[in-house]
Design a protein around this ligand. Structure first.
Ligand code: NIG
Ligand code: FE
Length: 388
């Protein structure tokens, strides 16, 4: 992860939506024809578009009110216990029409692109009924079709227990397994299934029931694991051979070893640790030392992480989790692409891959995390077209 394949004085030739050749400037110049359009990056860093492998793209309204409450000392979990948190966004998202939600998702897509992100994973999870979850996943599909942002859809029907099922979690798990999952698969609306695994939300046994059903329907598996307690989420990810285990703020050494043995990729979300005002960052160094292909993502959502910027996440990973700038670049591009089964298509600048790349306002990649919150990419390209 710490070794980047940097080409000093490099250049790249693209054709249509694909990369055709990558090399030194003199190698590429020899391949120019008179109708090649030349874009001078001016000695700046050209890097793969970021791949953000954990986002909650589609939601109505925002929770700036809860942000203010947290600033005065009430915790994220206390707000959730009082019926706020995820449930308050669910009420608003259920009430929104599909076209309202598409407009919001397209706005969010422009935020991702502006920050140099060209591919995201997008979870549902603010509908919590069969119809509302499908509405959100249709919005994800439409966002991918109508904007330059590539979106990989994940069903997160088990994100929280909805108001009408409070006290009846097993009945809600039945609904997810027996109705929601089959309908979503029938309509081909998701590539992955995710569960918020936490003792007071969906415990290890409930999460296992849902994710085993998802696997039988040939969906990939991701898990919100060990965010607030070491409660079996990572262990379950290993047992199921999940693609990813996400969060992992409280994962212990035994579970890290299990993830390594099972080849599960950790998706670390320092933006949500920062935004909820916690200091408990996941043990990135132990995971990298265990040989895990660590991924970094924003967790963009209206509650725990109102952050759509990968450079901000890279910066937090460097200063708070002691990852090197090079490791953060790998985690946010190639490793992230592999976690979405897109390792052959995006995540690096190689011939045959999608021409998704960023001209950073930097002469050295280390400046990307270093100048926190100051620079925006100079240019962003997705599938060969300039998009920001
Ligand atoms: O990944 N932990 C659960 N889900 C989200 C938060 C969603 C919200 O607060 O609306 C997360 O942090
Ligand atoms: Fe999340």
């Amino acid at each position: 992860m710490g070794e980047l394949a940097i080409i000093p004085d490099g250049a790249m030739l693209t054709r249509g939506d694909k990369i055709e050749w990558v090399g030194t400037r003199s190698e590429i110049e020899a391949r120019l024809t008179k109708d090649t359009r030349v874009i001078d990056a001016g000695g700046r860093v050209v890097a793969p578009g970021f791949v953000d492998a954990h986002t909650h793209l589609v939601f109505a309204g925002n929770r700036a009110d809860e942000y203010e409450m947290r600033c005065s000392g009430i915790t994220y979990q206390e707000i959730a216990k009082q019926g706020g948190g995820i449930r308050s966004t669910v009420r608003r998202t259920r009430a929104a029409t599909e076209s309202d939600l598409l407009a919001v998702a397209q706005k969010h897509a422009s935020w991702f692109l502006r920050g140099g992100t060209t591919t995201i994973e997008a979870k549902s999870g603010y509908g919590l009924s069969v119809e509302a979850e499908m509405k959100i996943l249709r919005v994800v599909r439409q966002t991918s079709k109508t904007t330059p942002l590539r979106c990989v859809p994940t069903l997160l029907g088990a994100h929280e227990v909805p108001d009408e099922f409070v006290g009846r979690t097993p009945a809600y798990v039945d609904l997810v397994v027996e109705e929601m999952l089959p309908m979503v698969v029938l309509e081909k609306l998701a590539s992955f299934c995710d569960v918020f695994c936490e003792p007071h939300i969906f415990d290890e046994a409930s999460a296992a029931r849902i994710l085993e059903a998802a696997r039988r329907l040939e969906l990939g598996v991701r898990i919100h694991a060990d965010q607030f307690s070491c409660s079996g989420g990572a262990r379950l990810a290993a047992a199921l051979g999940a693609a990813t285990a996400d969060h992992l703020e409280h994962t212990d050494a035994v579970s890290i070893a299990a993830l390594a043995a099972a080849g599960v990729q950790p998706v670390l979300l320092p933006g949500s640790v920062y935004s909820i005002g916690s200091k408990h960052y996941p043990s990135a160094r132990a995971m990298i030392d265990a040989g895990l292909a660590v991924v970094l993502a924003t967790d963009f959502n209206p509650g725990s992480s109102p952050i759509a910027s990968m450079p901000v996440v890279l910066s937090l990973a460097c200063t708070q989790m002691k990852m090197t700038p090079a490791e953060t670049m790998t985690a946010a591009t190639m490793n992230a692409a592999c976690s979405l089964n897109l390792g052959g298509a995006v995540g690096s600048l190689e011939p045959g891959k999608s021409a998704d790349f960023v001209v950073h306002e930097a002469n050295d990649y280390r400046e990307i995390p270093y100048f926190l919150g100051t620079q925006r990419p100079a240019m962003v390209f997705a599938q060969g077209e300039r998009v920001a």
